[in-house]
Design a protein around this ligand. Structure first.
Ligand code: GTP
Ligand code: MG
Length: 616
């Protein structure tokens, strides 16, 4: 029997399942502070004989030495200390087993840890234990945790009414709590499997039935756990694998890449046609690369996997792999979500946050707030202008670029996200609905174009290596009276002299050529930009650096171009002291800087961004 408490595992390459034989189940334990979560877990370990030799005695002796009363919760601390060796533990995972299966209990010490674990954790919980102190009764966090569990899709819940010794094992008292909490949970759609009167400290109804509560005929905690159904791996669902990393073979002349990630749902076979979203690029699976496993022809939900593709397409971390013909993920920059906010600072409009969904990380903003719910009492407000700590909100988020995801009704796992503020996770939730954005129509076209794209036998890296540059689009924009064109031409000349593959594309060349069939009217602006994006995309595919000038590009204009051209390959330079639009730029050149100094500065920017490879 192994017992282990470890920092929760975020490495991509660990396999979700195969190392321990037999069935496994992840359980999360929640409840108000001090209601006895850790005690219950410690007791479960002790009573199932899952502790390392002598551990219990050692902790008891330590308590005696320090004249402290023994606590089962100390067992967990002792196990943690043993294993952590300096790394911060954010969610303790405790292992034990019954005759039926192996369990991993996640004693998430707070909301944030719980959220992290459910959304980004290696071991997502399938079931939950909610602990309520019999004497204190249902408290704020008993409700909040219940809400969060239900929101994140945990359907199997057992409620432990703990510390029954403090209420003289009274059945009426127990029934009162059952009634109150059942009513609350029913309002949020949760129907617990059972309520168990228990005393964690003394082991009543934990592993064995308690003589103190002969009136209780239901299951012990262990029995309740064994009655939970394991979720079968989601094999029958559409295939989804968020791309974690792309590894390149380093052998000479070998330009294959391994697309790696953890498969969330479904199965992939060699020969399957995979499509990557948001780009819509597709290729066939050539080989499935196993990590420390024999070569295989399929990989399935729960596994960390990698595959190589028949054609060399450019795929990056953050995209999601799906299989052609199966239900597609949604792709958009506007989502209606339910989220939990845990930050000290409220979530407000006009402020940038980072949304992490699957392996994608995108800046986002709160666009509209539809409803705010206080999860501790279910009070609702439709007039609040911000989301305070512990609020649950229904709102619309606007993302800085499109991501692929599923709605919670379609595929729960790929609908979950967290929100990062100031480098810390401060909230999270689920996507309820994909909303259209202004690029929806273009995006459809681009996805089809990518789907149909004739891949080159020359991989992008080969061109990059040959030309010592990363293909890029430089958009030079600014207010009406700024001289962008001379700057662009000087830059083109300079880069050309340096031996770069570079081209300046004048707007007139577009307007009277590719755009000859559409008038220069405001309502055609998006179509002009789409075509510009398509031309740029081809030039970039050929490995070139393309320079384009345009007057007063707005953020929306940029987003249209970014729909057609990989956003990582665009640099935007604003010329002029005054920024007259809302566009986000990579560099600004003042009124008097658009000269040869300006060209130098742009060159440096391109070197810093890795567009121009430095000569050493
Ligand atoms: N009387 C009594 N006290 C208990 C029982 N179970 C736990 N306690 C006590 O309740 C206190 C809190 O227990 P913990 O297990 O640390 O509670 P927790 O929920 O893990 O607390 P946090 O992790 O701080 O939120 C400790 O002093 C325990 O000894 C019980 O069945 N009866
Ligand atoms: Mg605890």
């Amino acid at each position: 029997m192994s017992v282990q408490v470890s920092a929760h595992d975020r490495t991509a390459m660990t396999d979700g399942g195969d190392s321990v034989p037999g069935e496994r189940m992840n359980i999360v334990i929640g409840g108000h502070v001090d209601h006895g979560k850790s005690t219950v877990v410690g007791r479960l370990l002790a009573d199932t004989g899952s502790l390392p030799e002598g551990k219990l005695d050692a902790v008891r002796a330590m308590c005696e030495r320090t004249a402290r009363p023994f606590e089962y919760a100390f067992l967990l601390d002792a196990l943690k200390d043993e294993q952590s060796q300096g790394i911060t533990i954010d969610a303790a995972r405790v292992f034990f087993k019954t005759a039926l299966r192996h369990y991993i209990i996640i004693d998430a010490p707070g909301h944030i840890e719980f959220l992290k674990n459910m959304v980004t954790g290696a071991s997502r919980a399938e079931a939950a234990l909610l602990v309520i102190d019999a004497k204190e009764g249902v408290q704020e966090n008993s409700r909040r945790h219940g809400y969060m569990m239900s929101m994140l899709g945990i359907r199997q819940i057992a409620v432990l009414v703990n510390k029954m010794d403090l209420v003289s094992y009274d059945q009426q008292h127990f029934e009162g709590i059952v009634k109150e909490y059942t009513e609350f949970l029913a309002k949020i759609g949760v129907h617990p499997a059972c309520f168990i009167p228990a005393a964690g400290r003394d082991g009543d109804n934990i592993a064995t039935h308690s003589a103190n509560m002969p009136w209780y005929k239901g299951p012990t905690v262990l029995q309740a756990l064994d009655r939970f159904a394991t979720e079968p791996p989601a094999l029958h669902k559409p295939f989804r694998m968020p791309v974690q990393d792309v590894y390149k073979f380093t052998a000479q002349g070998d330009d294959r890449r391994i697309i790696a990630g953890t498969i969330e749902t479904g199965v992939v076979h060699v020969g399957d046609e995979v499509v990557f979203y948001p780009s819509g690029k597709k290729s066939k699976v050539k080989t499935i690369e196993a990590f420390n496993r024999p070569v295989q022809t399929e990989a399935h939900a729960g596994q960390a996997a990698g595959f190589t593709l028949a054609e060399q397409i450019y795929v990056a971390r953050g995209e999601t792999a799906a299989i052609a013909g199966q239900t597609k993920p949604d792709v958009t920059t506007r989502v209606r979500v339910s989220l939990f906010w845990l930050g000290k600072q409220p979530l407000v409009k006009k402020k940038d946050y980072i949304l992490k969904l699957g392996t994608a990380r995108v800046p986002c903003r709160l666009e509209e707030l539809h409803r705010v719910i206080d999860a501790s009492n279910l009070n609702t407000s439709e007039t609040k202008e911000r989301i305070d700590r512990h609020d649950v909100a229904e709102c619309t988020l606007k993302l800085n670029r499109a991501v692929a995801f599923d709605t919670t009704d379609e595929l729960a796992t790929t609908s979950r996200f967290v929100i990062v503020d100031e480098y810390e996770i401060r909230g999270g939730g689920i996507v309820r609905e994909a909303l259209p954005d202004r690029q929806s129509e273009i995006r459809e076209k681009v996805m089809l174009r990518n789907f149909k794209w004739e891949p080159s036998i020359i991989a992008p890296e080969r061109r990059a290596e040959k030309y010592s540059q990363k293909a890029s689009l430089l958009l030079i924009t600014g207010a009406r009276d700024t001289d962008r064109k001379s700057l662009a031409k000087d830059l083109e000349n300079r880069l050309f002299e340096d031996g770069r593959v570079v081209y300046f594309l004048g707007m007139a060349s577009m307007v009277y050529g590719v755009d000859a069939d559409i008038e220069r009217k405001a309502e055609n602006r998006i179509e002009h930009l789409r075509r510009l994006g398509e031309v740029a995309n081809m030039m970039l595919d050929s490995g070139a650096i393309l320079i384009v000038t345009a007057q007063e590009l707005s953020q929306e204009d940029l987003e249209v171009v970014r729909t057609a051209v990989d956003p990582d390959r665009i640099e935007l330079i604003w010329v002029g002291d005054h920024v007259t639009t809302d566009v986000s730029y990579d560099m600004i050149l003042g009124d008097n800087e658009a000269d040869s100094d300006g060209v130098d500065r742009i060159k440096r920017l391109l070197q810093d961004k890795g567009v121009l490879f430095r000569p050493w």
